[in-house]
Write a protein that binds this ligand. Structure first.
Ligand SMILES: [Zn+2]
Length: 62
C-alpha cells in the first residue's frame, strides 16, 4: 500500500514531521504529514477521531 501524500494546494509531497503536543502535564507526540511549502498538516482520520481530538481542542483554546 503506497503512502504518498501531496498537498492539495501546492502539489508537493508531504514530509513526515514529529509534532509534540502538550496536554495538561502530559506531552504526546505524533508523526504527522506536513507540507514543507505552506505548512499545512494532514491529520490521519484515525488520529482525528481519537487522541488528536483532545489536542485539537487544546490548540483551539489557545
Ligand atoms: Zn502546501
Amino acid at each position: 500500500m503506497e503512502n504518498k501524500w501531496t498537498c492539495r494546494r501546492c502539489g508537493v509531497p508531504l514530509e513526515k514531521k514529529k509534532v509534540v503536543f502538550e496536554y495538561l502535564n502530559n506531552s504526546m507526540s505524533h508523526e504527522l504529514l506536513r507540507c514543507p511549502r505552506c505548512g499545512a498538516v494532514l491529520i490521519p482520520a484515525e488520529l482525528a477521531e481519537g487522541k488528536m481530538a483532545d489536542a485539537e481542542t487544546l490548540l483551539e483554546d489557545k
